[in-house]
Design a binder for this molecule. Structure first.
Ligand SMILES: [Ca+2]
Ligand SMILES: [Ca+2]
Ligand SMILES: [Ca+2]
Ligand SMILES: [Ca+2]
Length: 193
């Protein structure tokens, strides 16, 4: 289920729950099945004062989605972070961070479910500007893409996992126009095509 769908699905019960519940000072657990929904939601307050909403999507008593909100005066509470356990193994595989305007700022993903994030997308004003990838699954990012107007502009790669970029690609119109390599390991480009 995508975020938009989930938000829409939860909008009505949450309004009902908020109206029915006292201030969020204590843990309260609501079985939303009573309201005709097949999910369980738990709300708690974190140590840093955020409202944490846990949702058990598959009803196995283990929460799969964690939404973190900040209370605001004179405005609706703000979603600052969303964590999702996509494969339902109890380990978070996807974290989205949102800015003050509610726009997605960064998304971290563990695509191979090995407990290490291997794909991070960075956004600015709603557009993806940079991506980091760990293609060797060692927990260290080794491919870095930058985007201009949503289209790839440059790819940098650390091909031997020594922590230093040694391969560059420049793109125009989504196609590679220049390639550079560092063949002697000094971190500087020494061949260009
Ligand atoms: Ca679950
Ligand atoms: Ca997981
Ligand atoms: Ca991973
Ligand atoms: Ca390298």
């Amino acid at each position: 289920m995508d975020h938009t769908t989930m938000k829409r699905t939860l909008a009505i019960p949450l309004l009902l729950l908020l109206a029915a519940c006292p201030k969020h000072t204590q843990l309260h657990e609501i079985d939303v099945e009573e309201l005709g929904f097949q999910r369980q939601i738990i709300e708690t307050i974190t140590e840093d004062g955020l409202i944490r909403e846990e949702i058990d999507l598959n009803r196995d008593k283990q929460s799969d989605v964690f939404n973190y909100y900040r209370e605001r005066t004179g405005a609706a509470r703000l979603l600052v972070r969303k964590e999702v356990d996509i494969n339902r193994d109890g380990v978070i595989d996807n974290i989205s961070y949102f800015d003050e305007g509610g726009e997605l700022e960064r998304e971290e993903m563990d695509r191979d479910f090995n407990g290490k994030f291997d794909w991070i997308d960075h956004y600015m004003d709603g557009h993806r500007v940079m991506s980091e990838f760990d293609t060797s699954s060692n927990g260290q990012m080794n491919v870095f893409n930058t985007y201009a107007n949503g289209v790839i502009a440059q790819k940098e790669r650390d091909t031997d996992d020594d922590g230093r970029i040694d391969y560059w690609e420049r793109y125009e119109g989504g196609k590679v126009v220049k390639v550079g390599r560092d063949t002697d390991g000094d971190g500087k480009m020494d061949t260009r095509e």
